[in-house]
Write a protein that binds this ligand. Structure first.
Ligand code: ADP
Ligand code: ADP
Length: 229
């Protein structure tokens, strides 16, 4: 589903690569954590998958596409296959929960009937049934992140990327969010979560890919946060 071959990313006017000769294969249906301290290259890796950044060297395949050869006009189709969740939720503040999730389908041209069917189903899946009419500021942080996950998943993308999704949440709430991502993974969606949240990583016993200053230093099945470090 995601393949990195000798991928290096060096940002303009920097000396050290943000990612340095990274090799990585994440098969369809996997749940993988990407861990490492701040500045280790986790966000860069996620942005490369989305083609928000281009690799300086190497080859990246995502959902069967070679990103280096993907013309600009085909980038939107790539992004429709990737749901994204961020630390800061990025909800529309003046839209209700329902509208925030529905918006993701509206931009894809979904029918009203489909939206009326799919949005409540997805809110139920993330544990927010009954909260359709709330505004984001009327929700706790954990609930806001559930809305963001519902929005990312409402069109059932094959890949879900989550960049520090628990970074603003307390430990109990964080565990709930990771368990929700696990539930989404069980529907068949490939989930990649960047985090430095030791407790949630250790609770899940999933694949752990560790970056250190842009270098992939370990990659363990059923790992814990400190494996290989
Ligand atoms: P992480 O997500 O693990 O904190 P990042 O991928 O954000 O790591 O950053 C990796 C390295 O790349 C850091 O040294 C960071 O300063 C640098 N970097 C990230 N984005 C940019 C950018 N747009 N321009 C220049 N340097 C960047
Ligand atoms: P937390 O302390 O967990 O961050 P809050 O104290 O903000 O959460 O909210 C607790 C519960 O009350 C949540 O279910 C939230 O949705 C609800 N809530 C908070 N503010 C409002 C509001 N202005 N109107 C309706 N419900 C609210």
């Amino acid at each position: 589903m995601i393949l990195f071959e000798n991928v290096t990313k060096t940002y303009p006017r920097t000396t050290r690569p943000a990612l340095d000769d990274v090799n990585l294969e994440i098969p369809r249906g996997e749940f993988a954590f990407v861990v490492g301290t701040s500045g280790s290259g986790k966000s860069t890796l996620m942005q490369l998958v989305m083609k928000e950044q281009d690799a300086t060297r190497g080859r990246i395949l995502v959902a069967g596409r070679d990103l280096d050869r993907l013309p600009e006009r085909k980038v939107p189709a790539l992004r429709r296959e990737i749901g994204c969740v961020f630390q800061d939720f990025r909800l529309l503040p003046n839209k209700t929960v329902f509208q925030n999730v529905a918006y993701a389908l509206q931009v894809l041209g979904s029918s009203r009937a489909r939206i009326r069917q799919t949005v409540p189903e997805t809110l139920e899946l993330v544990g927010l049934a009954g909260m359709e009419k709330r505004l984001p500021h009327q929700l706790s942080g954990g609930e806001q992140q559930r809305v963001a996950i519902a929005r990312a998943f409402v069109n059932r993308p094959p890949i879900l990327l989550a960049d520090e999704p628990t970074g603003n949440l307390d430990p109990d709430t964080s565990l709930g969010i990771v368990q929700l991502l696990d539930r989404i993974n069980r529907t068949g969606t490939t989930v990649v979560m960047a985090t430095h949240d030791t407790v949630t990583v250790n609770a899940m016993r999933k694949r752990v890919i560790r970056l250190d200053r842009g270098v992939l230093v370990s990659d363990m099945e059923a790992g814990d946060y400190t494996t290989g470090s």
